[in-house]
Design a protein around this ligand. Structure first.
Ligand code: DQQ
Length: 490
């Protein structure tokens, strides 16, 4: 698909434009090559799946406002994981049903040739029946199932009764949501995010022969509270959201979201006892990134998307008419020592325009105006022994900075500071993707930092790169093509 091709038919585009309000297509804070909802609020990616020659990506969306609430499943399709076409909303709350207050996150699998969604429905109940214990205590979560009624995955038939109606007996959960199913030789298994006060967050493991009848086994993995006294158990590590469990390179990985962060854990899965033994852990991203979801692409790659959160006040994004973005698709692998490795999927490279190369000498500074806020920067990390610092400036004032300091063994970006990833680096490069108010940085193929910077303006933003140490480096830059002409359709 051509980079600037219109991917909504003209009347639908005009309607989207009218609904979105007059400014959204001209809002330079809105990314142009990251996937976005047409307007209003979006959060977690849900149920990525390949079906009949297309990638399908679902996501949490509030169709009515640019703030969280009234969760539906948005839906988009793609042939390359980069250019997207919006589809009608896939799941909406059913009045009087177990998802009457929202269709929360979940997954998609193909079972007996039928694409099937497993997701969490929320419904109003008296406080003593509530499973969400975050101070509101009025919603019950149950695990629900829906099957595709057509090959375009536009229409879904919900099974009326939940497939899991209550948390395990005797467990006073802090939450019970975000099912992640997978197939093993002897049937289906599924992790559900949960936790208990004073005990910690966990992923509960279930087994089923048919995706409809589930037997609870035991926790697949569990953590400890972080000691914070918080009303919301997600803040205190007493609730894990969005567990994502998979195998890649012969090792297993469990991702979960808690304490405002996404943790990766890798280790061994005992497929007889169905227990996961964690050996190594880290943070998937050190910035505005949450609730990711991965899937196995048809060529075997493990591809992940995450929700890029807003960092500005709610009043500002509500007024802007849009909130949230999807990360670039990231390919995950696991290194020999169990380290999670990450690199944007190769498909993203098709957006590159003509390369611009420059040699940067130690002590020198490159400074240039950015005519468009759509850029990829790539530079080697292995050969300099000092530090490379990348800055964005407005009126000469620094508004964002990332420093990879090899001599000081540190990566710094605003308030984020972490040690340099340990050697060997699977990709000894620094890659930075700038897109409107979103900056995704990948360091050594190991660490990622997603930043939000709202003050950037095309033609007013300056890029500055400086280097210390003894050797020059070659910096490559590409302007990246937008994936739609008007920011309305991603
Ligand atoms: N978002 C969903 C929940 C999930 C949370 C609701 C994580 O299912 O736990 O929008 O961001």
């Amino acid at each position: 698909m051509g980079a600037a091709a219109s991917i909504l038919p003209t009347p639908a585009r005009a309607l989207a434009s009218a609904l979105a309000g007059p400014d959204i297509a001209r809002d330079s804070a809105r990314p142009e090559y990251h996937f976005l909802a047409p307007h209003n609020w979006m959060n977690d990616p849900n149920g990525p799946i390949w079906w009949r020659g297309k990638y399908h990506l679902f996501y949490q969306v509030n169709p009515h406002a640019a703030v969280w609430g009234d969760m539906h499943w948005g839906h988009a399709t793609s042939i390359d994981m980069v250019h997207w076409r919006h589809e009608p909303v896939a799941l909406a709350p059913t009045p009087g049903g177990p998802d009457s207050e929202g269709c929360f996150s979940g997954s998609a699998v193909v079972a007996e040739g039928v694409p099937t969604l497993l997701y969490t429905g929320v419904q109003n109940v008296p406080p003593e029946q509530a499973t969400i214990r975050d101070g509101s205590d009025k919603l019950r979560e149950t695990q629900l199932l829906a099957t595709a009624e057509d090959d375009s995955l536009r229409t879904w038939k919900k099974q009326v009764a939940p497939v899991i109606a209550t948390p395990p007996a005797g467990m006073a959960v802090t939450g019970f949501r975000d099912p992640c199913p997978w197939r093993e030789a002897d049937g289906w298994y599924m992790a559900v995010g949960a936790g208990e006060r004073g005990v910690g967050g966990c992923a509960l493991l279930y087994r089923s022969a048919d995706l409809r009848h589930w037997e609870y086994l035991h926790p697949l993995a569990s953590g400890k509270p972080n000691g914070l006294k918080a009303v919301n158990p997600c803040d205190s590590g007493e609730m894990w959201e969005c567990p994502d469990f998979f195998e890649v390179n012969g090792q297993h990985c469990l991702l979960y979201s808690s304490e405002g962060k996404v943790f990766w854990t890798t280790g061994e899965y005992d497929a007889r006892e169905h227990r996961f033994f964690e050996k190594r852990r880290g943070l998937l991203d050190h910035g505005a990134f949450y609730a990711p979801k991965s899937f196995r692409a048809p060529d075997g790659r493990r591809i992940l998307w995450g929700w890029i959160q807003e960092t500005r006040p709610e009043g500002e994004f509500a007024k802007a008419g849009w909130a949230g973005a999807m990360s670039l698709p990231r390919m995950l692998t696991i290194g020999k020592q169990g380290q999670l490795q990450m690199n944007p999927a190769a498909e993203v490279e098709q957006l590159r325009g003509a390369v611009e190369r420059a040699t940067l000498k130690p002590g020198a500074v490159i400074r240039q105006k950015l005519v468009e806020l759509r850029r990829e920067l790539l530079m080697p990390m292995g050969i300099f022994h000092g530090a490379v610092t990348v800055r964005l400036l407005i009126n000469r004032d620094k508004v964002w900075e990332l420093a990879v300091d090899v001599a000081g063994n540190a990566v710094r970006c605003g308030k984020v500071s972490l040690p340099l990833p340990s050697l060997p680096w699977p990709r000894p490069i620094l890659r930075i993707f700038l897109d409107g108010s979103v900056i995704e940085s990948f360091i050594g193929g190991r660490e990622a930092i997603t930043s939000r910077v709202y003050v950037l303006k095309p033609r007013e933003t300056e890029l500055e790169i400086s280097l210390t140490g003894k050797r020059s480096i070659e910096i490559s830059q590409w302007p990246l093509a937008p994936i739609s002409p008007d920011r309305l359709t991603t």
